[in-house]
Design a protein around this ligand. Structure first.
Ligand code: HEM
Length: 410
């Protein structure tokens, strides 16, 4: 039963190692190249598709069971999804790297087929369960946005091969990024956190009202952002999207405080504490972006700011949250898989024996320091600082994922 989630998570870990080994290979220098280049597309998608999305899909297959108390609609379809998605992304990424437009188009078709199979499988499970609450609604919205991200990616991939929509390509890209980052990752992370944070904190009795408010505000931010991308443009719709996101994050932070107030555990674990801090850091960054957008709107749409915002959101929040949650989910899955039926017998480890909290904390410190140095370097146009920071981030990330992967040896 746990094989399918573990398959996705293990593949995600391999992609993560490839990404950071590749980053260290250039001593972080790749981050200085233009992101819209074959190398940039390859690296970005290795991280967002083959690592973060892969791990997120594994987590969905596992958690849907916990949330709905029912099995996924079809496990076989889950494996078919894995084959299409993994095979498709390998072809897509090779196409990006080698600038082979026909590979990009074929890979995009296969990867999107995988995504649609996943959306169908999980969507059907949710539909049949008919248990609508902020967790299931957020998951359904995240799935919808993932399908949109994939279809827009496919449209752009086809556009490379046959320039059918050349004049709207830039708008499609902006909508693709907004849907993938805020829509897919944002709603999945917040939605699953409503279930997981109380579990990690052993917390009962926090109000679920903020969950509905976050769901509404976050969806509004996604929709306004997509409208800003596809529609007439200008800085006001973009500012409105950021304002809505900041409001959603503010309520999300209040919810986390409430969960902590009702906690019956001294600490949820260092990885989880880091995810809470990363949410606050993202909130501060959103407020800063709003200020900048009001004072100098053109700066907000400059390439430098978009790149900084991408690093803050995707690394500072999405990656830190996925990595933090992995420090809990992986030991749980592995312990249940290997020792679940022997609990309490002599010589059988307890779950906390499988992972070192100190190593988790150390890895997070190195990654955070690396990211901050890189952001400062990008902000003041000091390439050496940016490159050093990225190299440190990758070294910390490899150490961290090593700590997670060691769980499988215990
Ligand atoms: C099967 C799914 C996907 C396909 C086929 C796809 C395809 C593409 C293509 C063709 C581009 C290049 C567009 C251009 O610069 O003209 C692109 C850029 C981008 N995509 Fe995707 N994508 C997919 C999924 C995702 C997901 C899930 C995310 C999550 C956030 C994402 C984030 C991005 C980002 C940030 C860029 C800009 C990167 C850069 O300029 O280097 N993509 N995508």
């Amino acid at each position: 039963m746990l094989r399918l989630p573990l398959l996705f998570i293990a593949t995600g870990i391999v992609s993560f190692v490839l990404f950071h080994a590749g980053s260290l290979f250039t001593a972080g220098g790749w981050a200085l190249d233009h992101p819209r280049s074959p190398d940039g597309w390859f690296r970005v998608h290795l991280l967002v598709l083959d690592w973060a999305t892969m791990v997120a899909m594994g987590a969905v297959y596992q958690l849907i069971d916990v949330v709905l108390q029912r099995r996924i609609f079809s496990r076989i379809l889950g494996y078919v999804h894995y084959v299409f998605f993994t095979g498709g992304t390998v072809i897509l990424l090779t196409g990006f790297l080698q600038s082979r437009v026909e590979w990009i188009a074929v890979g995009a078709v296969a990867a999107v087929t995988g995504i649609l199979l996943f959306v169908w499988n999980v969507g059907r499970t949710l539909w049949e369960a008919k248990r609508w609450n902020p967790i299931t609604l957020s998951t359904a919205c995240a799935l919808f946005y993932l399908a949109g991200t994939g279809l827009l990616g496919l449209a752009m991939g086809l556009n490379f091969a046959f320039p059918w929509w050349a004049d709207v390509h830039e708008r499609l890209l902006a909508a693709h990024i907004w849907l993938g980052t805020l829509g897919w990752f944002g709603l999945l992370i917040t939605g699953f956190s409503y279930k997981m944070l109380p579990m990690f904190y052993l917390s009962h009795g926090a109000s679920d009202r903020p969950q509905y408010i976050i769901l509404g505000l976050w969806n509004a931010a996604v929709i306004v952002g997509v409208w800003a991308s596809l529609g007439p443009g200008g800085s006001w719709p973009l500012l409105a999207g950021i304002l809505l996101l900041a409001a959603a994050l503010l309520v999300y932070d209040r919810l986390i405080r409430d969960i902590r107030k009702h906690s019956h555990k001294a600490s949820p674990g260092r990885g989880i504490v880091w995810t809470v801090w990363s949410t606050r850091a993202l909130l501060v960054f959103c407020i800063l972006s709003l200020g900048i957008g009001l004072a100098a709107p053109s700066l907000l749409t400059s390439l430098s700011w978009i790149i900084i915002a991408g690093w803050v959101y995707l690394w500072g929040w999405v990656a830190v949250t996925v990595l933090g949650y992995m420090s809990k989910i992986v030991p749980f899955l592995w312990w249940t898989h290997k020792y679940g039926d022997q609990a309490g017998r002599p010589g059988v480890p307890v779950m906390s024996d499988l992972i070192s909290e100190r190593s988790i904390d150390a890895g997070m410190w190195v990654m955070a320091a690396g990211l901050l140095i890189a952001l400062a370097g990008m902000g003041v146009m000091e390439p050496r600082a940016a490159v050093t920071g990225i190299a440190a981030l990758s070294a910390g990330a490899l150490f961290y994922i090593g700590v997670i992967a060691r769980v499988f040896t215990k």
